[in-house]
Design a protein around this ligand. Sequence first.
Ligand code: 13P
Ligand code: SF4
Length: 302
Amino acid sequence: MDIREKILELKKEKNAVILAHCYQNVEIDEIADYVGDSLYLSQKAVESDADIIVFAGVTFMAQTAKIISPDKKVIIPSLDCGCDMADMITLNQLREFKSKYPDIPTVCYINSTAEVKSECDICCTSSNAMKIVKSLNSDKVLFLPDQFLGKWVESQLDGVEVITYNGCCPIHNKVTVEDVKLMKSKHPGVKVLTHPECRVEVTQISDYVGSTTGIIKYVADNKDLNEFIIVTEKGVIDRLRRDYPDKKFYLIREDMICSSMKTNRFEDIYNALLNEKYEITLDSDISKKALVCIERMLKVSK
Ligand code: 13P
Ligand code: SF4
């Protein structure tokens, strides 16, 4: 039997669901039940009635699924899949940051650990960050760990000061204004679609700024356009090239690869399902507090 068939059979046998982020190796989509951005996948984790969730993504995503669905077994196929941005702020660093700005609501990007979420007021993703910050009705908010997403939100809202922690995504942070200008000069008039984890100077000269799913949707919605410059991790362009073979997509830099996202192959997913590991376990107090932070986001995002 082909490994894909074996995975599908095991999935059925164990009542398991596979959630995959759109930075995963593109072939993972063949066995995944849902593929999308962080918000979509967390919504699917809430809705699912599976006994087991196999998360093809990075650790904070699997932790989020476990926090939302504590009664399900949440499995991550590899232990080597942390998010460098999420690891940029520890609980102690969060406490220190908050102590400098008392009584200001704290928004944490979903790219953060369960411990960090447990001491923040509300969570957000790249697709709802603006809505979440607005929902707080505060003229000042603390935002962590991603300084660029925070500053991009600030640039879009009138009268809100977003005080950011100094974290960032090392992959998106590679992109410079010069990269964008060079690409635009090679492909004049082509729209630039950018993830908000990029530097503010980069998002400011982009035509569209949005989550990974947002970028894919922009292409789907703009049927009259045939070329796009893509400013995010390579997984997004791999899916676009597969789904729109007649259109042209230009990746801003060839090194836009998140190695943590690329660890999973069919064999890893199969072994994860077969052996039911590696299971995500969390301290129940941390988990309960982090749930409040995530549930507030899900409520605002409905
Ligand atoms: P999305 O929520 O846009 O998929 O982003 C997650 C991420 O880690 C981007 O680097
Ligand atoms: Fe984290 Fe950046 Fe990888 Fe996204 S691309 S998972 S933010 S390291």
